[in-house]
Design a protein around this ligand. Structure first.
Ligand SMILES: *Cc1c(COP(=O)(O)O)cnc(C)c1O
Length: 295
């Protein structure tokens, strides 16, 4: 099995009236960036113990989860299959090319079949079904949560009052909630527009005593998943100039924007100590026009 766990770096950043550290999961590995490794590792271990040799998962053409799965599977000695939303001729991207270079077999499906997570029949013609281990889109599930909980394992956690992360499926936030201490507030910045089923999906992963111990903020989606505007892009460049921390426009750009805005609006009591999780995802910036970002 691949093992990327190592001492994680935190960068202190200067924001008014708070003490803020950014946990740099983006520095974990050049391709399997950020939270994705943590979400995958328990699934890969389970696949190995149950004797599967092929990992199958789902994603879009710029998906961090797809590229991370392809690379982590290869490093751990698995074959991999990606079920990709859209037709090949409309969606072949740098992300998918790189996944293919990491030996991921790509199968393209219509948006409707993708939504229903239908696995094309050709997958089973070309692969023996009993060797296939399926991971949900985005790594959503209990094992994903358990892996994500280990993000906080080697951190001197007790002095933080708030832990803040970007939220897609909520698997990572669920892991952080399950690993956090009683006195800490967990805040998730949702990157999807009005995704109000998230709360239930996160609670479904959590043990009874941890349910509802988090706050979701829906005001920073910038119009929806992977949507962005000039304000966000300008912010990401300014944030990089001020902190030397790069971000991606799908998740962490919105996260840092939210943190700065919430601090300025005095959402956090004075003297709060914030741990902000940089969940990686920088490869997704490939879909932006060259020169849009200064990093
Ligand atoms: C996938 C991803 C997330 C969302 O993680 P979930 O566990 O699905 O909530 C956050 N940040 C980045 C950079 C990601 O790639």
């Amino acid at each position: 099995m691949a093992d990327l766990d190592k001492e994680l770096r935190s960068d202190h950043i200067s924001l008014p009236d708070t003490n803020t550290d950014v946990l740099r999961l983006d520095l974990l590995h050049p391709v399997i960036s950020g939270n994705k490794w943590f979400k995958l590792k328990e699934y890969l271990a389970d696949a190995a113990t149950t004797g599967k040799n092929t990992i199958l998962t789902f994603g879009g053409a710029y998906s961090n989860h797809i590229i991370a799965t392809a690379t982590a599977a290869k490093l751990s000695g698995f074959k991999s299959i990606g079920i990709i939303r859209g037709e090949q001729n409309e969606v072949m991207t740098g992300t998918l090319l790189e996944a293919a270079q990491n030996n991921m077999q790509l199968y393209f499906t219509s948006r409707e079949d993708y939504r229903r997570k239908i696995i094309p029949i050709s997958v089973f013609k070309e692969n023996d079904e009993k060797n296939i281990y399926i991971i949900n889109e985005g790594g959503y599930g209990i094992k994903g949560m358990k892996g994500a909980a280990t993000i906080l394992e080697n951190i001197d956690l007790c002095h933080y009052t708030h832990i803040i992360a970007a939220v897609g499926t909520g698997t990572t936030l669920a892991g952080l909630i399950s690993a956090a201490q009683q006195h800490q507030s967990l805040i998730g910045i949702s990157v999807m527009r009005n995704n109000f089923s998230l709360e239930e999906e996160i609670n479904a992963l959590l043990p009874e005593e941890k349910k509802d111990r988090f706050t979701l903020v829906h005001e920073y989606s910038f119009g929806g998943y992977a949507k962005h505007n000039e304000t966000l892009i300008r912010f990401m460049n300014e944030w990089f100039r001020a902190t030397s921390i790069p971000s991606d426009f799908v998740y962490t750009g919105k996260l840092f924007y939210a943190v700065k805005d919430l601090v300025e609006k005095k959402f956090f009591p004075g003297g709060s100590k914030l741990l902000v999780i940089h969940s990686g995802g920088l490869q997704g910036n490939r879909s932006l026009k060259k020169g849009t970002l200064i990093f």
